[in-house]
Write a protein that binds this ligand. Sequence first.
Ligand code: N01
Length: 546
Amino acid sequence: NSSTTGTTHNVPEDLETDVLIVGAGFGGVYLCHKLRDELGFKCKIFEAGKELGGIWHWNCYPGARVDTQVPVYEYSLEKVWKDWYWEEKYPGHAELRRYFDHVEKQLDIKKDTYFDTRVVAASFDKESAKWIIKTEDGRTAKAKYLINAIGFAAKRHFPDWKGLDTFEGIMHHSSFWPESDVDVKGKRVAVIGTGSTGIQIAQETAKTAGSVTVFQRTPNLCLPMRQRKLSREEQEEAKKDYPELYRKRMTTFAGFSYDFVEKNTFDDSPEEREKFYQELWDEGGFKYWLATYKDMLFDKEANQQAYDFWAKQTRKRIQDPRKRDILAPLKAPHAWGTKRPSLEQNYYEMMDKPENDVVDVNETPIAEFTKTGIVTSDGKLREFDVIALATGFDSLTGGMKNMGLKDIHGVDLSEKWKMGTWSFLGMTCNGYPNMFFLYGAQGPTAFSNGPSCVECQGDWIVDAIAKLRKDDINYLEATKEAEEEWRRKVTEISDKTLFPGTSSWYMGANVPGKPREQLNYAGGLPLYEKECREQLSNNFAGFIKA
Ligand code: N01
C-alpha cells in the first residue's frame, strides 16, 4: 500500500547467501549493513512490502506518528545521523519514510533487498547445515543463517464481529490503511480501539471529519506529546553530543535519553511529589512514564499516586461529565503504565466536542455490523461512512508463528509456541539452529525504544555470527535447558512488577485463546545486554555447538 515503490526483483532460482534476513525495517536494515559492510558476509533481505522502513512503510493510517522523540528514535550510526535533519520532535510517517530514503542513500541496502517477497516456509537441512527458505511466489533460497526481523506487529488482529463483512462503507484495519484514497472530510467516522493507533486516528480524522465516534474498551491513559518543530541550527548544535547520547541510550532501562529516578514515590512529601509529577508532565512525552519514581511499576500504592495525578490533569480537560468518566475515570482501569500510554496532542478537547462521541463497549458491547453501521448490545444503530479498525495485533508471537518455520524435527513454530513461548534470550530457539530473531518475543521489545532494542540485539547477533566464523562453528542451537531457564527469568522478573495484573498485549491478553504470559523481558536493556554478552564470553554455554 505504498506509492513509493522500491526495487522489486524476482528471487533467482539458485539464490544462495550467507545470511538471509526477513524484513527490511529498522532491524533488517541494521543487520544487513553490519554483517555485509563491516564483516563481509553475503546478505540478502526478503521483504513483503515495497520499500524499506518496516512499520513506517506499512503504516499509512491518518495521524501515524512515532511516540518517541528524535534523535532517540533513530540509528546511532554516524554515517546516517551526520547529514540528517528532522522537522519535528515526534516525526510523522511521511517524514520517517523520507528518513529511510536517506538511510538507503547512506547504506545502499536495496541492492540486496527483494521486495514483494513474503516468506511462507523455512526449514533447516542438517546435511548441508543450510536453511531452505520458500517464498509465497514459489521461489527457494538457501542461507547459512536465517534472521527474522519482522517486528512485533507482523500479524494484525481484528475481532470476529458478527456481520463485519456486510458493512458497505469504507472500512480498514490500521495496518492496511490505503495511502491516499480515503477522504474523511465531512464524513461520519468510527474508530474501534483506543491503543496508540486508535488515539492517533481519532485525533487526526477529527480535524476534517463531520464526526468521530470512538468505541472504547479500555481508556488509554494518554500523555501530552508537546510536539514542536526542530530547527536545523539546534540539531547542528546538538550533534556534537550524539555519540554520548547513543552511548547513554544503552544504559537506560528502556533505551531512552532518560531513566527512572533513584527514588521511591513515598520518599517525597506530597508537595514534592506533586511538583515532580508536574515537571515530568510539563516536559511531555514518555517522561511521566519512564523518568518517574523507580517503584511506579512495582508498588500498587505508588502506582495509584501516578494514576491520581494523571486523572486530575486529564479530567479537567473534559467538560462533558459522561465522557469525562469514560475517558478518564476516577477509578484506575488498571495499574498506570502497564499498558502503553499514547502521546496525544488535543485528544481530550477533541473528544469533548458535541459532534464527537465515545461509546464504552464494556457497558454496551458491539453486537453486530450492518450495511450502514454498528449496532451495540442496547439495540442502538450508529451509522458511519468510514470505520477504522484499530484493534491491534497478534503481537510478538503472531508474525513468527505465521511463517512456516519448521524445527529440525519438522515441527512448526506455531506448534512449539502453542501453549506458551520458549526462546533463549528472545533471539534463538531450541530446534532452530543458526536462526536468530530480534524485536520479538521475550526480548526487551515493547519495553524499549525500537532502534535501541534493535541495535542491542542486532549487535549481539552480529558478534555471535562473527564468533561462529572465527571459531569455525557451523551449528549453533539453543539448548532446551537454556530456553526453560530464560522463560523462567522472563516470568520471574515480570512477576515482581504490576504488568501481569493487567490485560494487555504485553501479556498476550488481547487475542482470544492466546496463552497469557509475559511476552517481553522486563529487566531493562542494560541487564538484558549483560545476559546476552555472557553467552559470547562463556563460549555459548547455553547452546549446542558443532
Ligand atoms: O494496538 P493495541 P495498536 N472489542 O493492541 C481494542 C505500537 N504503536 O495498534 O485495550 C473492543 O494497543 C483494545 O482494547 P483493550 C505501540 O507499541 C506505536 O493501537 O484490549 N475493543 C485496544 O484499545 C502500540 O502499543 C505507535 O481493552 C477491542 C485496541 O483495540 C502497538 O503498536 C503508533 C477489541 C488495540 O490497541 C499496538 O498499538 C501505533 C474488542 N474485541 C502503534 N479487541 C507510535 O509510536 C481489541 N480492542 C506512535
